[in-house]
Design a protein around this ligand. Structure first.
Ligand code: DC
Length: 228
């Protein structure tokens, strides 16, 4: 019998975690859990209830009073993120929700609530989980851990190409500035900051294209678990 596969994939903003995790999940026939979507769902809940994400007490109060519930289910192998029982994935990608997610992800009650849910989900099946604290906090015992990185300029270029399609006013310089600020915030926050686990393999994709990056992750997983 083969062991369940658990792969932790961490890294900074726009390192390509989500699309690489999707491709690696397809390669191994396993699920992909996007933990950022769960933080985004809490950010969305705060905005919907008229709560300022910067109001730590009010956001924590939502969780303490059971006034918010975030669940994940997989439909045809794809993640659905549920807020109070309703799928909200089509509402999680705006700049406003991303910024709310970044703010609420600093709060202890939010992190404890979501980390516990992520650990419960990962106990049930083989999966690749992407986030910021997967190798360090959520799955410290995962056998395969990858810490993705790429230069800020390359990440900003990739992100700029993505958002240029929908936002004609976006400039590369602004995207780069915002990305450097988000990196700093993620690395310097006191709770579960973004950092490479000691036993994670560092993968720098600055000079790699998408398929080369997928292959590199597959090799790291096979080195940890053997050929599948
Ligand atoms: O990966 P993303 O942009 O969808 O994540 C949204 C926010 O959630 C991001 O600002 C960092 C935070 N986050 C986190 O603190 N821990 C995780 N495991 C995943 C995301």
């Amino acid at each position: 019998m083969t062991h369940p596969l658990l792969i932790a994939l961490d890294g900074p903003v726009s390192a390509g975690k989500s699309s690489l995790a999707d491709a690696v999940a397809r390669r191994f026939g396993i699920l992909h859990l996007d933990t950022g979507a769960m933080y985004r769902a809490i950010g969305l809940a705060a905005l919907r209830q008229g709560i300022d994400p910067a109001d730590e007490q009010a956001v924590s109060g939502l969780l303490a009073a059971d006034r918010v519930q975030v669940d994940v289910r997989f439909v045809d192998g794809h993640q659905q993120t549920l807020l109070d029982g309703q799928p909200v994935d089509d509402q999680l990608r705006s700049q406003q929700v991303g910024s709310a997610a970044s703010t609420v992800s600093r709060y202890g009650p939010v992190r404890r609530y979501l980390v516990a849910r992520q650990q419960a989900i990962a106990r049930q099946q083989s999966m690749i989980i992407d986030g910021r604290d997967i190798g360090t906090v959520v799955l410290p015992d995962a056998r395969a851990k990858v810490f993705l990185t790429a230069s800020p300029e390359v990440r900003a270029r990739r992100r700029y190409e993505q958002i240029r399609a929908t936002d004609a006013a976006a400039t590369y310089e602004d995207v780069l500035k915002e990305l450097i600020a988000r990196d700093k915030q993620d690395r310097e926050r006191p709770l579960d900051p973004l950092r490479q686990a000691e036993d994670a393999v560092l993968l720098d994709t600055t000079a790699l294209d998408f398929n080369q990056s997928v292959d590199a992750i597959v090799r790291i997983v096979e080195a940890a678990y053997g050929q599948r």
